[in-house]
Design a protein around this ligand. Structure first.
Ligand SMILES: *Cc1c(COP(=O)(O)O)cnc(C)c1O
Length: 382
């Protein structure tokens, strides 16, 4: 039987060669040969003034919260429609995640709702670029400026995508990327933090936090002759073996994006008719956004029962479609913290009715056609 997985890891073919090179050079710890190659590549390619590679996207968010000195009871506004790491980074410092509503068109945080949730305790906003589609960063930066707030972009899904003329992850004071195995460009577990602010003390302190609270990075640059403990910190430098894998991936940056665009274009072209007939209520229409990175492809159905029914029927045809985020405010943890499940109606509704189709870089024409054909059959039976 045909079996189309939801996701498939794409390797470029150079990963083992570069891993071997790292081992031959005895470059296995953090900040080695490939880390330096990857860092320069990302800075140049995406016009990033300072990027530091990290052990995960989650850790990049955690470093960001340390950098802005988030204090207990400080509030941080973020969407509820996101991965738990966004909220955990705030909770781990004793802060309070304040969940804002998303816009139906992009499933990204709605700037108008951010403004309504600002109090004297608000310290920061974390916009999340869902599926590699940019948030309305112009409005968000304006709001932040007006209220003197930090903006930390959760661009975990957003590498190699733009909002207007600037890459995601370079708009906010700080940006966070992920190279987890489920993202477009991967090393297994890994991430990066960008320091975009003119305030250079942020990037200096980020280097120290990332290097176990030491000024080791100055030592590596030859600016001090021994390094020592200078601040709080932890161990956030990824192994150079993983950066070797990432370097192989980044060499095919354009190919990976183009391949994924082909899948999105095929889905849109062939499924548009179901939007017009009203059977599908919405889909990720990548043509309608600024330069996205084709991270995922979703459909929205009229209700939860229809969505779940479509998932079951697709599975019986060998097509693995999946749901996505359970909104954080209505999750087990969210409810135990006292958030009310019915407080964000658009988010709630999207969480219950969104389905993601199989979507990966190496998807063949046959696989795409089989997904569309199966979906057509399933929708006819509804
Ligand atoms: C993947 C993801 C993260 C976490 O990244 P890791 O590298 O897996 O720690 C955080 N936020 C969002 C929105 C994500 O999609």
């Amino acid at each position: 039987m045909v079996n189309i997985p939801f996701n498939k890891i794409y390797f470029t073919g150079n990963e083992l060669k570069f891993i071997k090179e790292a081992l031959d050079k005895e470059s296995v710890s953090g900040d080695g040969y490939f880390t330096s190659l990857v860092t320069s590549f990302l800075e140049e390619r995406f016009s990033i003034s300072k990027i530091l590679m990290t052990t995960s996207g989650t850790h990049a968010l955690e470093i960001a919260m340390m950098l802005i000195d988030l204090k207990p009871d400080d509030e941080v506004i973020m969407p509820s429609f996101t991965f738990p790491s966004t909220a955990n980074s705030v909770m781990l410092r004793g802060g309070k995640p304040v969940f804002a509503e998303i816009s139906q068109k992009t499933l990204n945080i709605d700037p108008k709702d951010i403004e309504k949730r600002i109090t004297e305790k608000t310290r920061a906003i974390i916009p999340v670029h869902y599926g590699g589609v940019g948030c309305d960063m112009e409005s968000i930066m304006d709001i932040a400026k007006k209220h003197n707030l930090y903006v930390i972009e959760d661009a975990a899904q957003g590498l190699n995508a733009k909002y207007k003329d600037k890459y995601l992850g370079t708009w906010g004071h700080i940006g966070c990327y992920s190279f987890h195995g489920t993202k477009n460009y991967i090393c297994g577990e890994g991430g990066a933090i960008t320091l975009n602010s003119d305030d250079k003390s942020l990037s200096k302190r980020a280097e120290i936090i990332r290097q176990k609270g030491t000024n080791r990075s100055l030592f590596i640059k030859g600016e001090v002759d021994k390094y020592s403990w200078v601040d709080k910190g932890s161990s956030y430098t990824p192994s150079d073996i993983l950066m070797a894998v990432l370097y192989a991936q980044l060499q095919q940056l354009d190919y990976i994006k183009e391949s994924r665009k082909k899948v999105a274009d095929f889905y849109i072209k062939n499924l548009q008719k179901h939007i017009e007939s009203g059977i599908i209520k919405g889909m990720m229409d990548t043509n309608k956004y600024y330069d996205p990175n084709y991270h995922l492809f979703y459909l929205v159905f009229k209700d939860e029962m229809t969505r779940d029914n479509v998932i079951d029927k697709l599975r019986s045809k060998g097509v693995k479609a999946v749901i996505h985020f359970v909104p954080l405010h209505s999750s087990v943890m969210g409810q135990s913290l006292g958030y009310k499940p019915n407080s964000l109606p658009i988010t709630e509704n999207i969480g219950r009715t969104l389905l993601r189709l199989p979507f990966y870089t190496s998807m063949s024409d046959y696989e795409m056609e089989h997904v569309v054909k199966s979906l057509n059959e399933v929708l006819k039976e509804l």
